[in-house]
Design a protein around this ligand. Structure first.
Ligand code: PMP
Length: 359
């Protein structure tokens, strides 16, 4: 029996994605070859990457003047690629926790960084709002969903400079106005597929902004990847196959609109239980609470109960709820493939544990 998977990424994927990828690993479309064996420059693979790009654009309503790229290296490589390509004098960053911290660290290698807003004062338990984006920077960078802290911004900011967003953990979970962004990127291993492929949605005019005053290794150049349609080097073929299967599944379910409705439903149910249950509380301010990563901690510091609760969860086939080491407590990641039944199983487990403890 499948477990109730709440992993933060890699995470639960849809059944059709798993089934069709498993089949393609054995044999791709009666080709006599596995998806692991076909050439990336063949009639077997090219339709797959082309379909993934087309579906990505269709589902997310990406305007015509954007490229969708599938690269290697994870979102972490983008932390460095963004400044090496676009940071000429100064860039603005919003600091909302671990992942934006890492992005800032990489940017500082290449130029000046102005942190224009930060949630550090309250241990990243909220998403800063109402900050002003300066006009004298090369770009502004945000992390739209903070996987570790469980904070999320639900609006698409209006920016006078190119807006770049790390959407690793909320892509395809809400309707986004892509036209507000110069670039959106992330690792696929949450809402899109297995780890090993990175998506980059990049506006065509960013090509002209690639720095000319420094040597940039070829693999780190966005203009090369745009010109070569993600085929400058061998792309991660099986990962792209699984990503395409996820996109087909998203479309068949009703697209991002339906993913958003489900995300709201799951998150509303789980936060209601966290707020109701006398044992637990949410460390995140109302209004900033992520729909994708839902941390909860002991209401009165009952750390000694952690192991017992984890044991009960394990007996109910619930996995992946251990909190990130920097936050403690628990975290349920409720990505697109997570079902209401998964969430109900967790809620029942929390209720039963409360009865056990409080009698
Ligand atoms: N940004 C965010 C918001 C993340 O959640 C993660 C990974 N969990 C990363 C960046 C880093 O991604 P990768 O492991 O693909 O480099």
């Amino acid at each position: 029996m499948r477990k109730h998977i709440f992993n933060a990424g890699p995470c639960k994927l849809s059944d059709p994605c798993l089934e069709n990828t498993a089949k393609a690993i054995l044999e791709l479309n009666n080709s006599g070859q596995s998806i692991l064996e076909v050439s990336h420059r063949s009639k077997d693979f090219e339709p797959i990457i082309n379909e993934a790009v087309a579906l990505f654009k269709e589902i997310l309503n990406v305007p015509a003047n954007y490229h969708v790229l599938f690269l290697g290296g994870g979102a972490s490589t983008q932390f460095a690629m963004i400044p090496i390509n676009f940071l000429k004098s100064k860039a603005a960053y919003v600091n909302t926790g671990t992942w934006s911290d890492k992005a800032i660290k990489e940017a500082k290698i290449f130029g000046k960084v102005e942190v224009i807003a930060s949630s550090e004062d309250k241990n990243h338990t909220y998403y800063p709002k109402g900050f002003t984006i300066p006009t004298d920077v090369d770009y502004v960078h945000i992390t739209s969903n903070n996987t570790i802290r469980g904070t999320e911004i639900f609006e698409d900011l209006k920016s006078p400079v190119p807006l770049i967003a790390d959407m690793s953990s909320d892509i395809m979970s809400r309707q986004v106005d892509v036209s507000k962004y110069a670039m959106i990127y992330g690792g696929a291993q949450k809402n899109l597929g297995p780890a090993g492929v990175t998506f980059v949605i990049i506006r065509d005019d960013m090509l002209e902004r690639v720095a000319t005053d420094r040597p940039i290794p070829t693999m780190f150049r966005y203009d090369i990847h745009m010109k070569e349609d993600s085929m400058y080097n061998t792309p991660p073929c099986v990962n792209i196959f699984a990503l395409n299967e996820t996109l087909k599944w998203v479309k068949s379910q009703g697209g991002v609109k339906e993913m958003e409705r489900r995300a709201i439903e799951r998150a509303t149910m789980l936060y209601a239980e966290i707020d109701r249950n006398s044992l637990f509380k949410s460390p995140v301010e109302v209004g900033s609470r992520s729909r994708m990563n839902i941390p909860f901690v002991w209401a009165d510091g009952s750390e000694e109960l952690t192991e017992k609760f984890m044991e009960l969860a394990k007996s109910r086939k619930i996995v992946g709820i251990k909190g990130h080491r920097s936050v403690g407590g628990f975290r349920a990641s409720t990505y697109n493939a997570c079902t209401i039944d998964d969430v109900k199983a967790l809620i029942t487990c929390m209720q039963d544990f409360e009865k056990q403890v409080k009698g």
